[in-house]
Design a protein around this ligand. Structure first.
Ligand SMILES: [Zn+2]
Ligand SMILES: [Zn+2]
Length: 213
């Protein structure tokens, strides 16, 4: 399996990851709507045409990860998969949908709203994920529920790689300060530290080796 890292360098530097195996393409997260062209160009350059994209997997419902999900589903025929816990965010509630939120999340959500950066086409996901394998969709990967940054945050483990969404940035010690539930977040972080992986692909910033100090 090949991992194509698409960096959407804009404001929050959100990452999307396009996975490619013999069954087709799988996209993890979709960035903000404003970066749509860049994302689509990268997907096309990777050789993914409409019909080739099997799944759009959302690590969570924050607008910097879901902004192009509905568009890509409409244009590529992919199904959208995410955890139930963040569905209210993508059906219209935005980052405010999931109370209680930390002040930091409220500030970021407010900023995204007033600047229009948080605009996106709302949608209903096709598949609700929990702790499960994705082999039935043709991808040899495990979904791990990792709530705390948001209620519906999930991570993905697939042969030697870990996609951790927004939980870590830069190292396994650097946990996000955007918190929905600190106890759940600490628990999720510990769970991920105990997972076998060589490389961690975060929602923001550069990929890093899992066991680096
Ligand atoms: Zn987030
Ligand atoms: Zn994010």
């Amino acid at each position: 399996m090949e991992v194509i890292h698409i960096q959407l360098k804009y404001l929050f530097d959100a990452n999307c990851y396009l996975l490619h195996n013999e069954n087709g393409f799988y996209l993890i997260d979709t960035g903000i709507k404003k970066q749509r062209k860049k994302l689509e160009t990268a997907i096309t350059e990777a050789g993914c045409q409409p019909g080739d994209l099997k799944l759009i997997i959302l690590t969570h419902g924050h607008v910097d990860h879901v902004g192009n999900a509905a568009y890509l589903r409409d244009n590529y025929g992919a199904k959208i998969a995410m955890h139930q816990g963040d569905v209210n965010m993508v059906t219209g509630g935005g980052m405010f949908a999931d109370a209680p939120q930390s002040l930091m999340i409220k500030i970021v959500g407010f900023f995204m709203n007033v600047t229009g950066l948080g605009d996106f086409e709302t949608f209903q996901p096709d598949i609700l994920l929990e702790n499960q394998s994705l082999t039935e969709y043709g991808l040899d990967a495990e979904v791990i529920q990792t709530p705390g940054h948001s209620k519906g945050s999930i991570s993905l483990q697939t042969n030697g790689t870990l996609f951790c969404g927004d939980i870590f940035n830069g190292s396994m010690e650097n946990i996000t300060t955007l918190v929905n539930d600190q106890t759940a977040l600490d628990y999720s972080a510990e769970k991920l530290r105990n997972i076998q992986a060589e490389t961690v692909y975060p929602g923001h910033g550069k990929p890093f080796p899992k066991n680096s100090p």
